[in-house]
Design a protein around this ligand. Structure first.
Ligand code: AMP
Ligand code: DBH
Length: 563
């Protein structure tokens, strides 16, 4: 943003402390740190160091391919050099150690350049999704006290520069907006790189905060998830081993690159860790993706269940050569057994189910699991040091094989969200287990089957959010007395959303379309706009007089056809 520097109030610049574990969020106690280091899980690597090493070992291998609109490639040496130059440019603009930078980029090569440049200067990327709009972005920028925000110029008809202007007006800390493409009133990312200084930059330490990932959220807004170099890189190494990722892997990034799943399971970061090639897929539809699989000889990718279904049906009809594809990971939401059975024959590759979370724990079915296990379970943890408890409502272990709440603790599962002490008190046990909110049972082989969830969250085809977020938007509508957003079963998405709306007495009658437009106009990601709206006089009540989401869900499952 072009602001007059004299009019900018002096802001506290992020201190180096911002990277220190334990300052902004609870971290692993010393005995666990020792244990994870001694076990060889945490090896003292950083993202910046990892790229430098790969560039030294095989400089001319292709690291990244961005196929659209014209094919561009980055070798490991080129990616490393680009990250150095961009890092120098960020540093020149005063962006450095501990500074938060909200990155909202689609699946383009610049995404990878930007995050490695930020790692180099010890700045902390905050990963927003392209779908996020002013409500979410303003929150991420102001809550994280971001100094910079990186956007594309336009995407799918939406002008991110205008969004950045609005966010800049609302966020006191924001000093820079960098735009990939035409910058408008902001700064072009292409103008940022400059020759690296002769003195190397001081890079972050392996145990320090590397980035803030977003949670799906169970209350109002997404929480920020503090991940360190050491813990995340361990999850990459574990994922690579399980999925067979190596320097010959050609990974297609189909889901938004900012999501934890395509980033790390094993994702584009896992692939770069192994020295393989990452291909950015601009859109997830089969026409686009299949053409890229054929042309780029893709070996591996990851999809959410609804997309896996679309790909399966398309592959059953399509004549594309998908023979290079060896492994397809499906996760993010429950994959139906029926759909899972169709995938391998249709796509001619192996299926692996993955049940993960940006907070940490990731479960995979294994390449040597029998086919029944692959289609009927959501896998088992990466690490022998992932501790799993399955408990009842009173936190007592349920008998083996029975369904209960999944709690977990381990070498890549956070001990607390960033700057959220009250929420942490609810989401973590006193001895550091994360309450996933998932209801699971465990098979004798240690595989988990996700049976449902206890948390108040919508999972719409893998996109998660707290119903409360949209309920709060609708409560601001002058005609709305009360509202409850619930998930209803959907054959394709798994779940879609239904808003029960109680109008104020004497309020002007309103329409479904009006309600949806009201939410849209508020500036939230499109996937949060209610799919269905129903006007009611009252909600089913529970014993304590609160709205029973469960009651609403079962009532709505019976009659979800009403739009
Ligand atoms: P988040 O915490 O926002 O990263 O979302 C992670 C959540 O997504 C998990 O706690 C589950 O509720 C859900 N999830 C992820 N993968 C699967 C899967 N394979 N099956 C069922 N639910 C899943
Ligand atoms: O849903 C998720 O968050 C998720 C799914 C699969 C995830 O974070 C992951 C794998 O790493």
């Amino acid at each position: 943003m072009n602001v007059d520097p004299t009019s900018v109030p002096l802001l506290p610049s992020a201190s180096a402390d911002a990277l220190t574990p334990g300052v902004d969020a609870p971290t692993w106690p010393a005995e666990f740190v020792e244990r994870y280091r001694a076990a060889g899980h945490w090896r003292g690597e950083t993202f910046g160091g990892m790229l430098r090493e790969r560039a030294a070992t095989h400089p001319d291998r292709v690291a990244v391919v961005d196929p659209a609109p014209r094919r561009r490639t980055w070798t490991y040496r080129q990616l490393n050099d680009a990250a150095d130059r961009l890092a120098a440019g960020f540093a020149t603009r005063g962006i450095g150690r501990g500074d938060r930078v909200v990155v909202q980029l689609p699946n383009i090569g610049e995404f990878i350049e930007v995050v490695f440049a930020l790692f180099r200067v010890g700045a902390v990327p905050v990963y927003a999704l392209p779908a996020h709009r002013e409500t979410e972005i303003t929150h991420f920028c102001s809550f994280s006290e971001a100094v910079a925000y990186v956007v594309p110029d336009r995407l799918d008809g939406f002008d991110h520069r205008d969004l950045a202007t609005v966010v800049g007006q609302r966020t006191a800390t924001l000093k820079h907006v960098f735009v990939v493409g035409e910058p408008g009133e902001h700064t072009a990312l292409a103008d940022v790189p400059c020759p690296p200084p002769s003195q190397p930059l001081v890079e972050p330490q392996p145990h320090e905060l590397a980035f803030l990932q977003l949670s799906g959220g169970t209350t109002g807004v997404s929480k920020l998830i503090p991940r360190t170099h050491d813990d995340y890189i361990y999850s990459l190494r574990g994922s690579n081993e399980i999925c067979g990722v190596d320097a010959d892997t050609r990974f297609l990034v189909v889901l938004p690159a900012a999501h934890n799943f395509p980033m790390s399971s094993p994702g584009w970061l896992g692939t770069l860790y192994a020295g393989g090639t990452v291909v950015m897929c601009p859109r997830p539809d089969p026409d686009t993706a299949f053409a890229l699989i054929e042309r780029e000889r893709i070996t591996m990718t990851g999809l959410v269940p609804p997309l896996a279904l679309v790909w399966t049906s398309a592959a059953e009809r399509d004549g594309r050569d998908l023979s290079s594809l060896e492994l397809l990971l499906v996760g993010g939401a429950k994959y139906s057994e029926q759909a899972a059975r169709r995938l391998e024959p249709a796509l001619g590759c192996r299926l692996m189910q993955v049940f993960g979370m940006a907070e940490g724990l990731v479960n995979y079915t294994r390449l040597d699991d029998d086919p029944e296990t692959v289609v009927t379970t959501q896998g088992r943890p990466i690490s022998p040091d992932d501790e799993i408890r399955i408990v009842d409502d009173a936190d007592q272990d349920v008998p083996e094989g029975e369904c209960g709440h999944l709690l977990t603790r381990g070498p890549y599962t956070i001990r607390g969200y960033w700057r959220a002490p009250e929420h942490n008190a609810r989401s973590f046990t006193t001895d550091g287990f994360y309450r996933t909110g998932d209801l699971v049972r465990r098979t004798p082989t240690g595989h988990l089957i996700v049976e449902g969830r206890a948390k108040d969250q919508i999972n719409r085809g893998g996109e998660k959010f707290a119903p409360e977020e949209i309920e709060n938007v609708l409560l601001a509508h002058p005609s709305v007395h009360d509202v409850s957003l619930v998930a209803v079963p959907d054959e394709f998405l798994g779940e879609r959303t239904l808003a029960y709306v109680i109008l104020r007495e004497g309020a002007e009658p309103t329409t479904v379309t009006h309600i949806k437009n009201f939410v849209r106009a508020h500036g939230v990601a499109a996937y949060k706009i209610p799919d269905l709206v129903r006007f009611v006089d009252s909600f089913p009540q529970t014993g304590v007089g609160k709205v029973s989401k469960k009651g609403l869900r079962s009532a709505s499952a019976a009659s979800a056809e009403q739009h």
